[in-house]
Design a protein around this ligand. Sequence first.
Ligand SMILES: [Cu+2]
Length: 161
Amino acid sequence: MSAVSAVRAVLLAMIAALTTLAALPAAAGATADLRVLAAHAPATPAAATTAAAYITVHNVGATSDQLLRVTTPVAAEVQLHRSQLDGAVVRMRPVASLEVPIGGSIEMSAGGTHLMLIGLKRPLKAGEQFPLRLEFARAGVLEAAVKVLPAGGAQRGATQP
Ligand SMILES: [Cu+2]
């Protein structure tokens, strides 16, 4: 095989590989520009009607994006919340959208930005997973699997330096 035809064969193989990749459906939790790096929620008591969930979304694209809407089969509604100190009291306020800056992230935590699951249809049990549907202004819909962690442990650990 000549050097030229060897190069051509390699190029053809690369094109074939890229075409195959392009034909695959986007993996759950990733679009071209956004990656869900983590998604977890603390387990809830049996009688709970609300729950908090925390996701980390990173933007590797060349444009900023906004998280507009979140839904899940395990709750009637999901609100985007931000905890703010109001005097000596921490209050949660709904926000309409969350920015995912270029090269930056949405990072959620207890005491900061979080997802509020309202009208919980069943308790969240440690060890299980549930799906979230995240709707972004540019990237469109992204599915993420939320891991339910033992109540207290991981969540408290995440907020203490
Ligand atoms: Cu909240």
